[in-house]
Design a protein around this ligand. Structure first.
Ligand SMILES: *Cc1c(COP(=O)(O)O)cnc(C)c1O
Length: 358
């Protein structure tokens, strides 16, 4: 006889990312680092020993390094198997089925996925039409059942940020009510502003970071959850003891040592982002402001055509048309100067071809 999953699982939204066959392509579709991690990480990986991977992971050295690097104490963070696991961990630790999550949309999918496993109420608040953050509507939506508010700053897929004063306002109000604020800073390296120094001022604040974007380590799965030591203590109870593997740990040690690589890379991305934005605007396309390593661009009726034609040329971008407010929009990752040139040339050709026929 078939076994039946829980009701919550039967009702879950599906998420199936098209994550096969992307090798060798110009991958501007998943906000990864399109040239990859610091070469020093690869050197280190080549020197791995049998002993390194025969024993269960040891975290002392990486914990020390992270505490120093981010200027927090060792009991104010924990490592997770990607930010994805961090998000699930926070939800599993704090959210009951009768609670409510306030979710500004459009946003990264995993918040809704993990919340729906719990079966809590998910109340969505629409971003403003210009993709700016809907602070007032969010504050108005807070109810007696609200237990967690999700903020991604800057946000994926909108690319837009949340004003510092608005975050402060939200933190002050929610802190008094004991509402968890999950602040996802996945794109911090392209943005430069953080609330990390406030984890002991707002006891309800939990911040996540990832090694998947600027650091180029998406395949190793490593994220960090920061909060005050009391919260981290509870989160650690729920976390699997060895969910982060030793190769990810060793890679992160080297990646953090090569700070220069990340700085150079993110500076290059910021410069190229502005160039690509300007060039797309010259084609009369609407490009939204971005504080990340991607641009949301409205291609109108040509959206699907552009996506497919780019794919034919080996350039992958992500169609976000099905997301609220993002009809006809492609999310386009930013790469090196050469990669951006290739992208822009292809888009120009495709758009000219389209406009001839329409
Ligand atoms: C990419 C992304 C993540 C995923 O990070 P992983 O560490 O790869 O799990 C988390 N949050 C946002 C907003 C993202 O865009």
């Amino acid at each position: 006889m078939n076994i039946k999953p829980r009701e919550e699982v039967l009702k879950m939204p599906k998420y199936d990312p098209p994550l096969e066959g992307r090798r060798g392509k110009l991958r501007l579709d998943f906000n990864e680092n399109p040239i990859g991690c610091s070469p020093k990480v690869i050197e280190m990986l080549k020197s791995l020993t049998r002993e390194d991977i025969a024993i269960y992971p040891e975290y002392n050295k990486i914990n020390e390094k992270i505490a120093n690097y981010f200027n927090v104490s060792q009991n104010e963070f924990l490592l997770t198997n990607g930010t994805d696991e961090g998000i699930k961990l926070i939800i599993d630790t704090y959210i009951s089925p009768q609670d409510e999550m306030l979710l500004p949309v459009p946003i990264f999918s995993m918040f809704e996925i993990y919340a729906s496993i719990i079966g809590c109420q998910i109340s969505k608040i629409l971003y403003n039409p210009d993709l700016s953050f809907p602070t007032n509507n969010l504050l108005k939506a807070i109810s007696a059942r609200t237990k967690i508010i999700i903020l991604a700053n800057p946000n994926n897929p909108t690319g837009t940020d949340i004003n510092e004063n608005d975050i402060l306002k939200i933190l002050k109000i929610t802190n008094k009510k004991g509402i968890v604020v999950l602040l996802d800073e996945a794109y911090y390296d392209f943005y430069g502003e953080t609330f990390l120094p406030s984890i002991n001022k707002y006891m309800n604040l939990i911040i996540t970071r990832t090694f998947s974007k600027a650091y180029g380590l998406a395949g190793l799965r490593l994220g960090i959850v920061f909060s005050n030591s009391q919260n981290i203590k509870f989160l650690r109870r729920v976390l699997s003891p060895y969910s982060v593997n030793i190769i990810a740990v060793m890679a992160a040690m080297v990646a953090l040592d090569d700070e220069e690589y990340i700085k150079k890379f993110s500076n290059m991305i910021k410069i190229n982002r502005n160039i690509v934005k300007r060039e797309l605007e010259k084609l009369d396309l609407k490009v939204y402001p971005s504080h990340t390593n991607f641009l949301i661009t409205d291609f109108g009726n040509a959206c699907e055509y552009v996506e497919k034609e780019l794919k034919k040329r080996g350039i992958l971008v992500r169609n976000r048309s099905n997301y609220p407010l993002l009809k006809n929009c492609l999310r386009i990752g930013i790469g090196t100067e050469d990669q951006c040139e290739k992208l822009l040339q292809a888009i120009k050709d495709i758009i000219i071809k389209w406009r001839k026929n329409h």
